[in-house]
Design a protein around this ligand. Structure first.
Ligand SMILES: C[S@@+](CC[C@H](N)C(=O)[O-])C[C@H]1O[C@@H](n2cnc3c(N)ncnc32)[C@H](O)[C@@H]1O
Length: 247
């Protein structure tokens, strides 16, 4: 999906004026609408889910620990340009901005207009911050634009082909020497008492997530990234993983 500069400018102006809804060429993908309408695109989704305690409960009380582990991978002070691929419920973006050097800049993309609107509301007055309606699988940024790219619990929500494409895009927009940080689900170890509960929950609500139990994230990375050293850290009986790759 190619977006012209005119499309991008039109969309930016639309949201700057407080508008919502999909405009231009960016539309909510079918897989997202069919699988996650209740969580992200329904008009009541934000009202229900935008609660720190609820997001923390969904992650079994680990939200803060996982958020901080992901941010620690970038360091205490984040310099240059950072891309957060997809909005999240909770305070990830605020904390990311909190670590930014005054001269640094954050850009956040999400494909769902409701999520873009919600992030604008949550981060009003914070910055420097760019918020864009874009599909992670078809980013509209030039190659080698960012020093850091973060995907926080995005990959498990994508069908395999989209996941592969989104990782290729993350890699493309990363500068040489830049850092890609991925936080997501992982296959729990056999002794984890939540293993069977989570298998059931994910099968029911998040059908693409179980792929991450059966393959390393490297499986969907572009070849050049696979050739790099991946640093992997597991959390909470291996239910969650942090993967860091330097380009
Ligand atoms: C990053 S995940 C985060 C899930 C996490 N459990 C939370 O609490 O928010 C959810 C976001 O990803 C977005 N998303 C899903 N597929 C996308 C895609 N292809 N491009 C951009 N955003 C996408 C959804 O619209 C949603 O806002």
């Amino acid at each position: 999906m190619i977006n012209t500069k005119k499309d991008v400018l039109q969309r930016e102006a639309h949201y700057a004026e407080g508008g919502s809804g999909a405009i231009g060429c960016v539309t909510v993908p079918d897989y997202l609408e069919k699988t996650y309408w209740w969580a992200y695109t329904h008009p009541n989704a934000v009202r229900v889910f935008e609660r720190q305690w609820l997001v923390n409960s969904i992650l079994w009380g680990n939200y803060r620990r996982l958020r901080n582990a992901a941010l620690n991978a970038f360091g205490d002070t984040i310099k240059g340009r950072t891309l957060q691929m997809a909005c999240v419920y909770g305070d990830l973006t605020e904390n990311l901005l909190g670590r930014h050097h005054p001269a640094a800049r954050l850009d956040v993309i999400d494909v769902a207009p409701e999520q873009i609107k919600n992030l604008r509301k949550k981060t009003a007055g914070l910055g420097p911050l760019g918020i864009h309606q874009q599909n992670a699988a078809h980013l509209q940024f030039e190659a080698a634009t960012f020093d850091q790219v973060l995907m926080f619990f995005l990959l498990h929500e994508m069908p395999q082909a989209v996941r592969r494409q989104a990782l290729a895009e993350a890699w493309r927009v990363l500068k040489p020497g830049g850092k890609l940080v991925l936080m997501d689900y992982h296959r729990p170890r056999a002794s984890n008492p939540l293993r069977y509960v989570m298998a059931g929950v994910l099968r029911l609500l998040e059908p693409y997530a179980l792929d991450l139990w059966h393959n390393d994230l490297a499986h969907w990375l572009p070849q050049e990234a696979k050739n790099k050293t991946l640093k992997k850290q597991l959390f909470f009986g291996d239910l969650y993983q942090l993967v860091v790759i330097s380009r």
